[in-house]
Write a protein that binds this ligand. Structure first.
Ligand code: ATP
Length: 252
């Protein structure tokens, strides 16, 4: 018996233009369902990152993005972005340390979102009433540690972390917050060795499959056809005309 897929994101006639009106992509129509790990592929400059930023409402676009049938404005943009979360390739330009970043996120109230994990919420609740949340014990630390991040790295400036360390910490924060139903991952393992990548691939695939997890689907940009094959359940090619679904991952 086949079950009817539950749509979580719908892109309707999405288009994005450069300043002079030159289209990067137009006519993007796509439904992302619960359980999907959508692998986005395409040439460098095809518009993959731009498409993810449009979905996250970080770019101004033409057309519509619906999350659970509603526009981002229905939830309020900050809340929408905690549910449909864009994770950049690396956190360039961030000031301070990863711990500062996690604290800042909670200062701005991500933990109030509907589905924040209980662990994350309890990590913060002890500090309610103080001006700065205490994030010790947060799930992000455990996730990062399982990916080989030593605890002391949380207190080192971003600028003094390796690309792969910073990449794993940013992703661990996104996963550890536990608020996202959709993660939009922009080459999340581009700076990692194959062993570290493999741990992350398995962790994220298991999260999407687990009925207990908040995370329901991932849109994942990768330039690695092998990684695409390992994690993908659907394959999308981004071209100047729009997006095209492919039955099998044909490689980049
Ligand atoms: N803010 C911007 N202003 C003008 N052009 C932009 C802007 N952001 C991206 N572009 C252009 O839009 C096109 C798509 O860029 P994008 O970063 O989405 O490509 P991509 O497919 O993710 O590439 P890569 O695989 O190299 O990361 C490129 O030509 C890029 O130069």
């Amino acid at each position: 018996m086949t079950t009817t897929p539950t749509p979580i994101l719908e892109l309707k006639n999405l288009a994005w233009y450069k300043e002079k009106g030159q289209p990067v992509f137009t006519d993007v129509n796509l439904v992302v369902n619960e359980g999907d790990i959508l692998v986005l592929q395409g040439k460098s400059g095809a518009g993959k990152s731009t498409l993810l930023k449009c979905i996250a409402h970080l770019n101004i676009y033409k057309g519509e993005v619906l999350y659970r049938g509603q526009k981002p404005q229905h939830y309020g943009i900050p809340t929408f972005r905690t549910r449909v979360m864009y994770v950049p390739q690396r956190p360039s330009m961030l000031p301070g340390t990863p711990r500062d970043f996690l604290t800042t996120i909670y200062t701005f109230g991500v933990h109030k979102s509907r589905s924040a994990s209980s662990k994350a919420a309890s990590a913060v609740s002890g500090a309610l009433g103080s001006s700065e949340p205490n994030v010790s014990g947060h799930e992000a630390f455990a996730v990062a540690e399982s990916w080989g991040i030593e605890p002391e790295l949380w207190d080192r400036g971003w600028a003094n972390l390796s690309g792969g360390e910073a990449q794993r910490i940013v992703l661990a924060i996104a996963v550890g917050i536990g608020s996202a139903e959709v993660l939009l991952l922009d080459e999340p393992t581009s700076a990692l060795d194959s062993e570290s990548s493999s741990k992350i691939e398995k962790h994220l695939s298991a999260e999407v499959k687990s009925p207990d997890s908040t995370l329901k689907s991932i849109v994942w940009i990768t330039h690695s056809p092998e990684q695409g094959q390992r994690v993908g359940t659907r394959f999308i090619r981004v071209t100047s005309g729009g997006v095209r679904e492919e039955n099998v991952d044909p490689g980049v």
